[in-house]
Design a protein around this ligand. Structure first.
Ligand code: CA
Length: 219
């Protein structure tokens, strides 16, 4: 079951209908305190969380939830300043979307996070490439690949967005956060590192450049 925590009735109703149409079971709670209680008492597969809520705000709700549970949380909020996004991810949100949003994108991200939770031991796979997210190891066809923290984080982010073009700005925000904002060259540098450790060694074309747009790992 998916929990939607949202006090704007129209948005909640819209998301709920779309999710139910996709075959998910959905519960909607508008109040922050009530939602936290419910999230602690039930094992939701995923929570879509608004930040500005009556009772208890979403940030505080997430902070308290994370002391006890690692239920995947996607923040869905009207706030769109980078600092809010960084704060949300820092306190343990798994993803972040700003309103107005495309419902198809929300559905796609929900699928990614549900799939990730189901994969035993939280692994990401792409062909012969396997990432064990708990152990933070990577291997290709059984051969271990040694990656630095940022290389690893970038690869995880790219794999989580497999089939999508990831812009330099997106990658920068996701992996480096607020400090590096505006300096997107670092993404190109790390893509080169990853290519030298994976593409060159195993003779694959994992990280492809999309001219003028960013990078993609194709399905
Ligand atoms: Ca709200």
């Amino acid at each position: 079951m998916i929990l939607i925590v949202e006090d704007e009735v129209k948005i909640a109703r819209f998301v709920q209908l779309e999710l139910e149409h996709e075959g998910y079971e959905v519960r909607h709670i508008a109040d922050g305190n009530e939602a936290l209680q419910s999230a602690l008492e039930n094992d939701y597969e995923l929570i879509v969380l608004d930040l500005m809520l009556p009772g208890l705000n979403g940030t505080e709700l997430l902070r308290r939830l994370r002391r006890i549970k690692d239920t995947p949380v996607i923040i869905l909020t009207a706030r769109d300043r980078v600092i809010d996004k960084v704060e949300g991810l820092d306190i343990g949100a798994n993803d972040y979307m700003t309103k107005p949003f495309a419902i198809e994108e929300l559905l796609a991200r929900i699928r990614v996070h549900l799939k990730r939770g189901k994969e035993s031991g939280a692994r990401l796979k792409h062909g012969k490439l396997v990432l064990d997210l708990a152990a933070r190891t990577a291997s290709y066809d059984g051969a271990e690949i040694e990656l630095t923290k940022k290389e690893y984080d970038l690869l995880v982010y790219m794999l989580e967005h497999k089939g999508e073009i990831v812009s330099r700005e997106q990658a920068l925000e996701a992996v480096w956060g607020f400090d590096f904002y505006g300096n997107t060259n670092v993404v190109d540098v790390y893509v080169r590192y990853l290519r030298s450790k994976i593409d060159d060694v195993f003779d694959v074309k994992l990280l492809q450049t999309v001219r003028g747009a960013g990078y993609i790992i194709r399905e």
